[in-house]
Design a binder for this molecule. Sequence first.
Ligand SMILES: [Zn+2]
Length: 275
Amino acid sequence: MSWFTKTIEEKKPQKKALWVQCKKCSSHLWEKEWKDNLNVCPHCNYHDSITSRQRIDLIFDKGSFTELFDNISPVDSLNFVDLKGSYKDKIEANIRKSGISEAVVTGHGRINGIEAVTAVMDFRFLGGSLGSGTGEKILQAANFAYEQGIPYIVFSASGGARMQEGVLSLMQMAKTCAGVARLNKKNIPYISVLLNPTTGGVTASYAMMGDLNISEPGAVIGFAGRRVIEQTIGEKLPDDFQTAEYLLEHGFIDAIVQRKDMKDYLANVLSYYNR
Ligand SMILES: [Zn+2]
């Protein structure tokens, strides 16, 4: 057959991989085994990321969760454009990719029967960055917890402040801190769960303000990156620097909780609170 008459074969759809490779120990696992184990490696206990929806399903009693403030989405106040394109296009692409309208999902539900308000950050959405919409949702959820007298739990997973919003994103640090600090006035518990990774302006604001600050094993938690600090102080940092384990050892967090135990742990903590 001549080259010119040969028909172009249609691309066959790629088969879905049945295996997952652990990012830490490189073990291969059946995808089902991986999912059944909540995206945690059974060999090295590496806690891989899960989506905000998966976390809500994991923590809240079935059918009890009601989403709040889902009408809030990012605002491109600066008409920001960089070499890779406009912020507006990035927002639209991230909404399509993740199925959520901001880097955090807020709402309330029950954990083993106990009521809680929550904000669950999602790293898939612009690296879980803290923009004005993200800050607004976290604040609104804190206000809801304040008005209703319900404990507030924030799950953080973030690369820090959202660069595309400039100083407006930095303002969210003060705004969210004010929101969670107000809960103290009514003695409403605020629990911060730091997930992998929690860095930059999120670590430097509400994520470290919990009455209880807890983390999943191996989570990277810090402000500036390791390389920046090493270059600034001219010293090599320990290998486990900026890990949840290092922070626990040095008193910066209160506990490390396995993903499979998180729901019962939170329910137990909340059970001590009498409204
Ligand atoms: Zn592993």
